[in-house]
Design a protein around this ligand. Structure first.
Ligand SMILES: Nc1ncnc2c1ncn2[C@@H]1O[C@H](COP(=O)(O)OP(=O)(O)OP(=O)(O)O)[C@@H](O)[C@H]1O
Ligand SMILES: [Mg+2]
Length: 337
């Protein structure tokens, strides 16, 4: 059903180093700062050129915040976001000001979760796709821009004539194709796809993922692909990073993670993935009980310990660092590694 995964060349395009994003919380009549949400709390990860890194975790664990930090839609509290530009220059996005960031933004684009609310309903699809072009390639003539819009629409499986239509005239899957065309308009190298198919019918999800894989191959794109669900990222990701309450708990190739997951949280997420044969025996199934704690009251040490079947008292002492347990396979759990 799915196209074969393309291969990545192993050169880092994006590298997060100790990234923290803490949101201040204000309260009381003077709206004083009364606390902070540690949405991202020391994340280090690499996304290689040409690959798809799947970023997975339950709601509220900080996935979108990482995407927003890369796009500089939120400020990093601490850490580095290193990006290799098309010219080969390595820059730290955290250090860049608005003016310096503008040309870099053409190289990094985002596909949003909800194709219903992310497209301006008053603009035609052609205007929606042309907008980033007007910002980043202002010298294009109107005719050149129209031509580029039609070309982009065809690349995502729509037609040039559809550029005069409005978002409400399209189905969910078609709207997400428009969102993808808009993201591609500036010729990006890195695309942050924030749950790009989770608002779509299951029957449409595979089509959009196949399209994204075809476009990756054609344009040599690199994806940071965010999802709740391991079953969605399995087909598209070369590697997967699993996140829990602001920290990564396990990173590895998709294959390694599906077959030899070690962290109890990853194992629990995998236990929730439906199997083709529901009667199949899953000997070491881990059920996830209880809610994710609020990041305002994040447990000390390993944040997963309050839901972990293997937790020991020492798990409260420090946030376990990622440790290499095999080639490219990292696990943050001293109990299993
Ligand atoms: N602007 C903000 N101010 C304060 N807290 C925020 C802000 N944005 C997000 N948060 C909080 O930061 C945490 C991480 O949010 P984020 O949206 O990154 O999670 P997520 O993993 O993308 O979740 P979901 O799967 O629901 O999209 C959550 O607890 C959220 O409530
Ligand atoms: Mg999100």
């Amino acid at each position: 059903m799915m196209a074969a995964k393309t291969s990545a060349n192993g050169k880092a395009l994006l590298e997060l180093r100790g990234l923290k994003v803490h949101y201040p919380i204000h309260g009381g009549i003077f709206l004083r700062r009364i606390g902070e949400v540690k949405a991202v709390d020391g994340v280090s990860a690499v996304v290689n050129e040409g690959e798809t890194l799947g970023l997975v975790g339950e709601s509220g664990c900080g996935k979108t915040t990482i995407g927003k930090a890369v796009l500089r839609l939120v400020h990093a509290t601490e850490g580095e976001i290193r990006f290799t530009r098309e010219s080969g220059e390595r820059v730290d996005l955290v250090e860049m000001n608005r003016g310096e960031m503008r040309p870099v933004r053409a190289e990094i684009q985002m596909i949003y979760q909800d194709p219903y609310s992310s497209l301006n309903p008053r603009w035609s699809v052609g205007e929606i796709i042309a907008e980033p072009l007007m910002v980043h390639q202002p010298k294009l003539s109107v005719a050149e821009r129209d031509e580029k819009v039609a070309w982009l629409l065809e690349k995502v499986g729509l037609t040039g004539e559809q550029s005069y239509r409005y978002p409400h005239e399209f189905s969910g899957g078609q709207r997400q194709r428009v969102g993808i065309a808009r993201a591609l308009s500036t010729g990006p190298r890195l695309v942050v796809a924030d749950e790009p198919v989770s608002a779509l019918d299951v029957s449409i999800q595979a089509q959009v993922i196949n399209l994204m894989q075809d476009l990756q191959e054609e344009f040599g794109l690199t994806y940071l692909f965010i999802a709740h669900d391991l079953s969605v990222v399995e087909h598209i990701s070369h590697r997967i990073a699993v996140m829990y309450l602001g920290n990564l708990v396990e990173v590895g190739s998709s294959n390694e993670l599906y077959n030899h997951a070690m962290h109890p949280y990853t194992r629990a997420l995998l236990s929730a993935v439906p199997l083709p044969d529901p009667d199949a025996n899953r000997p070491d199934r881990i059920a996830l009980t209880g809610e994710v704690p609020s990041p305002l009251a994040k447990p000390s040490g390993c944040a997963f310990r309050t839901r972990c079947p293997l937790a020991k008292s020492s798990c409260a002492d420090e946030i376990p660092p990622l440790k290499e347990v095999g080639p490219g396979h990292l696990v943050a759990c001293p109990v299993v590694s």
